[in-house]
Design a protein around this ligand. Sequence first.
Ligand SMILES: [Zn+2]
Length: 362
Amino acid sequence: MVRQFESPPLYVQAPGLLSRAGEYLRSLGKQLALIADDTVEAIVRLPLTRAAVEHGLNLTLVRFRRECERSEVRRLAEFCRGTDVVVGAGGGRAVDAAKLVGAELGIPVVTCPTLASTDAPVSRVAVLNRPNGAVEEVRLLERSPALVLVDSDVIAQAPVRYLVAGMGDALATWFGARACWRAGGRTLFGHAPTSAGLALAERCWTNLRTYAREALVQARAGTVGEALEAVIETNILLSGLGFENGGLALAHAVHNGLTQIPARRPVLHGERVAFGLLVQCVLEEADETEEVLNLLIDLGLPATLEKLGLDRDEAEIELAVDYIFSREKAKLANEPIEVTPLRLLAAILRSDELGRASGRRG
Ligand SMILES: [Zn+2]
């Protein structure tokens, strides 16, 4: 059995990093295409352009239209043809679009997250959505991003909801890797998980138990303290390496299943994963279930279907469960316990009850 460890060759995180990005970018090529939507452009274009010019590099903006779907990736790739490097700035979607463009054109990808909302900037997995935002395909790319640039000042200025969603995604990392390890399961790439991946995944849990609440206070105040720096690293680097090299399990399967039900409001990846984690804990009867639930409540992560913009409608949830059993078999196989459709349905409903009861207490 193959054990394999994946990682970008360089990850850099610091306050004010964007204005010094040239020294890292120059080794990758001269012509850079920057993929960003209009909101992100307003944040990153000026410092990145200055940093590029200082080192004799040329940076061209290619406007991202906010959904990482097939036709958009094709359009972006046409604009980027002929450049040496593609830089994806923004949240998970823009970053994934840049990774897909880089793969299409065979050029290095730099990820420059302006939100710590997912671990997408580090991974060589890209999620293609349908135009309505539902997951269409999870694509495994040939290479990890060549460089990850994280400006913690920029992340501290973003709405806290994104940081919190990233914590939801990173919370699930340890539980996914642990389940996969115990089950003798496989990573997304079909390899056995490594001890290194497991150790990094466990550190996500340790860091979030220690720093999540304090980091939220710092993010609300827009100050970059040690707790916030630790959580940014956890959400992006540790979680990315932990899931790629440790494996994903039920929490992410539930996430993908729930995207199949139309929600009344937009829900972020990590928010749905957080609820999926609660379901995984309930189904595994994990010792940490109560601690996870308390963290979700304290951080404002969804612990009920209602908070995900869904009804407690058994017929709808059954559709999600059917999807999981037809399309998410690999993640189910990474669970060390037997999961049946009936048990999963019951665990989703039970999680919703626990979340509602906690909400009433809080
Ligand atoms: Zn995730």
